[in-house]
Design a protein around this ligand. Sequence first.
Ligand SMILES: Cc1cc2nc3c(=O)[nH]c(=O)nc-3n(C[C@H](O)[C@H](O)[C@H](O)COP(=O)(O)OP(=O)(O)OC[C@H]3O[C@@H](n4cnc5c(N)ncnc54)[C@H](O)[C@@H]3O)c2cc1C
Length: 399
Amino acid sequence: MRKRLDIAIAGAGIGGLSLGTLLVRAGHRVRIFDQFESPKPIGSGLMLQQTGLAVLEQLGLRAEIDALGTRIERLWGLTTPSLRPVLDVRYSKWRSDVYGLGVQRGLVFDALYTAAQEAGVEVTLDAPVAAAESSGPELVLENGEKITGLDLAVYAHGARSTLTPKDRGVDLPYGALWATLPWPDTSPFDATALEQRYHKASQMTGVMPSGRLSTEAPETLTYFWSIRGDAEEAWRARDLDAWKEEAAALWPETEQLMGHFQGHDDLTFARYRHHTSKEPIAGRGFARIGDAWHAASPQLGQGANMALLDAWALAKAIETASDMSEALQVYLRLRRGHVRLYQLMTWLFTPVYQGDSRILPWLRDWLAAPLSTIWPAPQILAAMVSGAIGNPLRRLKLK
Ligand SMILES: Cc1cc2nc3c(=O)[nH]c(=O)nc-3n(C[C@H](O)[C@H](O)[C@H](O)COP(=O)(O)OP(=O)(O)OC[C@H]3O[C@@H](n4cnc5c(N)ncnc54)[C@H](O)[C@@H]3O)c2cc1C
């Protein structure tokens, strides 16, 4: 579209900031409204895949993020007490040039926030959005102010917003406690792998190398301990030392990390949610991107990457279409298949690693794990974790 469009976005997260930057660089006016009083990332360390990295490259941010993140070549999980491998995904089995990148969320957020500001995106903080009208289109802020005269209103408010209570999907039974810690001097962990240990599917712990925030800052890892969503309160009421013993019993090498936990608040709980909105686009000018369209457990590590792909797809659709209705249809065509596929795969995979079933982990350990080593399973698994099933990069002309 040639004319200068007026666009408002609810949510200055990974998706909202990327979309805003791309659209302002294309000559449009973009206003982003976020509920936060000061800019900040929400959540744990992140694993970026080649999909998200391709969009960060278009934004001119990949080199900086690549330099500070840690390259992950393998996802490696052992079941206890036998220490049999039940997850072994090596990116190189699919393509030698592909890797995951373990990063601190703050690194990606700061890069995106700075890029948005430098591009001229107008970000208003402490401005929670209460609703959007697709017919206007317009955004309505919680303080009653209406942002009208828009060409497009975008929901990019993430998975846990109160903005769309009817459309919030289901809380998954499990979530995780997590913390970002300094990488130990004498580390028993593999600096090129995301490692996990499981007992059935009801206990899971993991360590992901998560790079550093700046060249001067220390290397880090992100530690995870999975718990049921309804068990958080009981965990908080429990003696922390008793939990530390339990955690170290599942993976003895993590005992040296336990000294970082002096109180329950040194770990943050994230509850996972699964939903796919039935209305990713609506009316003359309304779209959803990222978790506001499709939220899932981070088991396959795709959410941030998907938000980046959505932002790129919507910006490209707006650039090439002749009007907004056409742009929204193009956006949907570009993303719907990939979103459906990964929502389904994540839904199927999550209970195999985090859940109360006795049968699923048994099938995982004795059937799926041996089969996963036989051609072409290693290649398919590596492509799946890279976000490449459905060929989203070719579809979006990102390669
Ligand atoms: C523990 C954990 C680990 C994860 N690990 C990975 C991983 O390894 N790899 C990966 O790709 N993904 C991972 N994810 C998923 C990933 O974090 C999300 O998919 C991604 O952040 C979605 O981006 P988004 O822009 O849609 O939303 P967010 O990044 O969540 O941003 C939403 C923004 O909207 C704002 N907002 C909310 N409500 C309102 C409102 N009413 N008005 C205005 N603003 C509002 C929020 O303040 C926030 O700034 C993980 C998630 C969790 C919880």
